[in-house]
Each structure stands twice: as structure tokens, then as C-alpha cells.
Design a protein around this ligand. Structure first.
Ligand code: 5GP
Length: 117
């Protein structure tokens, strides 16, 4: 199982210690553009807390926060594309997860022929 230094890279974005193109922020959630986009619109929607490493832990620990991530994804897909989107939670290292601070990939703007993130 992978471990990641704390604070995570996403916590460092929340703290403005490293730059990111932030597109949305609330008390509990932040969203910014992925540094290596896999679709015309590729945003990451992230709880500000790094206590949940993946979506399974988040769903068990704070389902309301998971619901806020999903609602944020919908809202961002509407403001950045036509409203349709692919929502990806890579879960585990062999599934491609590299940052163990739960995050949703929001892929939009013409992703139906693209690959998954
Ligand atoms: P995962 O592979 O864990 O599902 O997704 C991690 C994502 O974070 C990747 O798509 C990667 O491009 C993105 N990422 C990694 N480091 C940074 C960074 O410093 N800034 C931003 N904006 N995205 C990052």
C-alpha cells in the first residue's frame, strides 16, 4: 500500500503553497485544473481535508462530503462544458491512483472518445 507525505500535494494547493488554477472553492471543497489534462476540460474536485485516502473511505466516513463532490462536479461541468461529464475516482495504486488524498476527476468537453484518466 502506498503512503504519501503529509501534507499531501493537494493540501499544499489548498494552503497556496504550490500554485494551481483554482476554479471553485467552498468551506470543505476545492476544485482546480489537472496539471496533465486528459480531456478538453479536466478538473480535480478535492475535499480540503486529507483524512480520506480514497472514495471508499470518504463514502464510509462522510457521505455528505462525497455528495458535495458529486454536486460540485455537475456544477463545474455545466460552467465549463455542456453539463455532461465523466467522473473518475482512481482507487488504489494498481488502478492508477497516485495521490492518496481522495479526489474526483471531472472530464468533460468531449470525452466520449477519450481514455480514462
Ligand atoms: P490520480 O492518479 O491519483 O487519480 O490523480 C492524480 C492527478 O493529480 C493526476 O491526474 C495528476 O496529473 C494531478 N496532479 C499531480 N500533481 C499535481 C499538481 O501539482 N497540480 C495539479 N493541478 N495537478 C496535479
Amino acid at each position: 500500500m502506498s503512503t504519501e507525505p503529509s501534507p499531501s500535494i493537494f493540501s499544499r494547493i489548498v494552503a497556496r503553497e504550490i500554485p494551481a488554477e483554482i476554479v471553485h472553492e467552498t468551506e470543505r471543497v476545492i476544485a482546480f485544473r489537472d496539471i496533465a489534462p486528459q480531456a478538453p476540460v479536466h478538473l480535480l474536485v478535492v475535499p480540503k481535508t486529507e483524512q480520506y485516502r480514497d472514495v471508499v473511505e470518504l463514502a464510509a466516513g462522510d457521505p455528505a462530503l462525497l455528495a458535495e463532490l458529486v454536486a460540485t462536479a455537475r456544477s463545474l461541468a455545466e460552467s465549463h462544458a455542456d453539463g455532461d461529464f465523466r467522473l473518475v475516482f482512481n482507487t488504489g495504486e494498481s488502478a492508477g491512483q497516485t495521490v492518496f488524498h481522495v479526489h474526483a476527476h471531472v472530464l468533460a468537453g468531449g470525452v466520449h472518445e477519450g481514455s480514462l484518466a
